[in-house]
Design a protein around this ligand. Structure first.
Ligand code: ZN
Ligand code: ZN
Ligand code: FE
Length: 336
């Protein structure tokens, strides 16, 4: 079964994928029978001679290009559709351990290039409305395979969070004539207290409106709508920013840190008011304690921020300075 069901109470699609329930949960790696599907020599990769970044179809896809047709229920309020889409995995390195920051800058650039070419390819398919590029890391987040990888979901609808952002960008443009994120970038560069890091093309900051204690956003300095419009310089600078943020989390927690990385890109079709950016959510509120999304967050979508973003930014800047002294090939600088 591959279908999307519409929740008329909150105007959202839910992807229903029966076979995903059987996917393995963190297979015991010490067992001799365990073979990592992303390590060299795995059946999925046998056909490749030499590789450093490879895009594979997701073995347990939430969406497939040719799902069986869906039968509607009698009740007219209950809408469903085929979950027609594509789910892919970007295996970032042949090495079984690591993160974006353990890759060289050149290698991380090839990862971002792979994201870009997949977004270009998948956006052009007639049944795709949105291409989501994201990366989950750590058992706290529920990652079932530890081999460094990110994921791409090409969806038959625009995700609600992106819809909401587009609406805000549109309203702001109508009211002021400017881009919402361009104005935020301008303000933050001047205000400085929430800035963490910058290179020639991006700033890294804790947003004024952070929901997670160490939430970090990566904003292009220039007005760019989509990853599809990035030039070589911008791809390189984004790879640099992603390495710094992922390393900084590990320096901050003093251990391999879990996080969620989500690219917020322009939809595949049409032309909307938008400004590309990347958001990172990190589940800890200090070195030991997890911040859970619970009653008020899940039940109401109301977030409580533990602490003050401006104070957390001081901590992150300190971690940033340690980070850049440890990493090779850093392109930018941490703010003082
Ligand atoms: Zn592996
Ligand atoms: Zn802009
Ligand atoms: Fe966003």
């Amino acid at each position: 079964m591959h279908e999307v069901r519409f929740n008329p109470l909150i105007n959202q699609w839910i992807i229903v994928a029966k076979h995903r329930a059987v996917r393995p949960w963190r297979p015991e790696e010490k067992q001799t029978s365990f073979q990592c599907p992303f390590c060299p020599g795995a059946p999925e990769l046998k056909h490749l001679d030499k590789w450093d970044v490879v895009v594979l179809p997701n073995k347990y896809p939430a969406l497939i290009p040719n799902p069986p047709s869906v039968e509607q229920e009698e009740f007219s309020l209950y809408t469903k559709r085929e979950a027609r889409g594509i789910a892919e995995v970007v295996v970032e390195t042949p090495s079984h351990e690591g993160d974006l920051y353990t890759l060289s800058l050149d290698h991380a650039v090839r990862v971002v290039e792979a994201y870009r070419s997949e977004v270009l390819k998948l956006s052009s398919l007639d049944f795709i409305e949105y291409v989501a590029v994201f990366r989950n890391k750590g058992k706290e987040i529920g990652v079932s395979l530890t081999h460094p990888h990110s994921q791409i979901y090409a969806l038959p609808f625009i995700p609600p969070r992106i819809k909401q952002e587009i609406e805000s960008f549109r309203e702001y443009r109508e009211k002021t004539g400017s881009c919402l994120l361009c104005d935020i970038v301008k303000y933050e560069l001047n205000y400085k207290k929430r800035l963490i890091y910058s290179n020639d093309e991006f700033i890294v900051l804790i947003p004024h409106y952070a929901m997670w204690p160490y939430e970090v956003h990566v904003y292009p300095l220039k007005h760019i709508k989509s990853l599809r419009d990035f030039n070589e310089r911008e791809i390189r600078a984004l790879a640099d920013a992603l390495r710094v943020v992922t390393a900084m989390y590990t320096v901050l927690l003093e251990r391999d840190a879990p996080y969620i990385m989500a690219f917020h890109d322009h939809p595949a079709k049409g032309s909307y008011e938008y400004h590309f950016h990347v958001e990172f959510y990190q589940p800890y509120r200090d070195k030991e304690k997890l911040k859970y999304a619970a009653g008020i967050e899940w039940g109401y979508w109301v977030f409580t921020y533990d602490g003050v973003p401006e104070e957390r930014a001081v901590e992150l800047r300190e971690a940033c300075r340690k980070t850049v002294s440890l990493l090779d090939d850093v392109m930018g600088r941490c703010f003082e």
